[in-house]
Design a binder for this molecule. Structure first.
Ligand SMILES: [Zn+2]
Length: 210
């Protein structure tokens, strides 16, 4: 049986009056007044995350794999509901796995991928996505090889509370002037999703899922 690929786009989207639904107090947005981003000079992380997740989903669906979004397209649903949705599907689809799409902030540069702590199938998934992305795209890669693999380990809620293998990708820093422009460039988003999809396919091969 094919896995249902579980997709999470971090934070919220735009509501029906095109207003960003993630609370301003949470950050997750930035303004570069002289750039053309999601809304004039504003970049909304949740909107960018949805663009990445949808691009990825279109590739998976195109090759006959079912996907399920665990977030809401508009609302910034609590992580509890996202993991609940993922765990419900995983119960009946034991080869499923989750990818959470994000971009970063805080004054840095580069791409990185997270798993929860410990050595699990999530590390294999993260390694395959890293390898496929690294071989296709020239970026700064923020890796941690101290445990023998390139992913970073952190107990993010979405990684820790999901019972399936799960990874979280930070596709660059949206508060970095160069990288924020990449994050609204459809050609670059398309390359990211090609690479992630290739990594996922390699993972499924390695684990004899398909
Ligand atoms: Zn985020």
């Amino acid at each position: 049986m094919k896995p249902v690929i579980l997709l999470d786009a971090g934070h919220g989207g735009l509501d029906f009056s095109a207003k960003y639904t993630t609370k301003p107090s949470l950050g997750k947005r930035i303004e570069f007044p002289d750039l053309e981003l999601h809304d004039n000079g504003w970049f909304y992380e949740g909107v960018g995350n949805r663009a990445l997740a949808w691009q990825f989903a279109s590739r998976a669906i195109n090759e006959g794999f079912p996907v399920s979004f665990v977030m809401d397209t508009v609302k910034d649903t609590p992580l509890y509901f996202r993991t609940l949705a993922a765990n419900k599907i995983y119960k009946n689809h034991r080869n499923s796995f989750l990818i959470s799409f994000h971009s970063n902030a805080g004054g840095g540069k580069g791409w990185e991928i997270f798993t929860s702590r410990g050595n699990t199938k999530s590390d294999i998934l993260a390694t395959e996505i890293y390898k496929a992305t690294n071989s296709r795209m020239a970026r700064v890669y923020r890796t941690d090889w101290s445990d023998g693999d390139p992913d970073k380990e952190k107990n993010f809620y979405i990684l820790k509370k999901t019972s399936c293998p799960a990874v979280l990708i930070e596709h660059g820093f949206f508060d970095n002037r160069t990288e924020v422009q990449d994050l609204v460039d459809m050609k670059i988003l398309s390359k990211f999703s090609d690479a992630t999809w290739q990594g996922v396919k390699n993972y499924m091969k390695r684990l004899n899922i398909v």
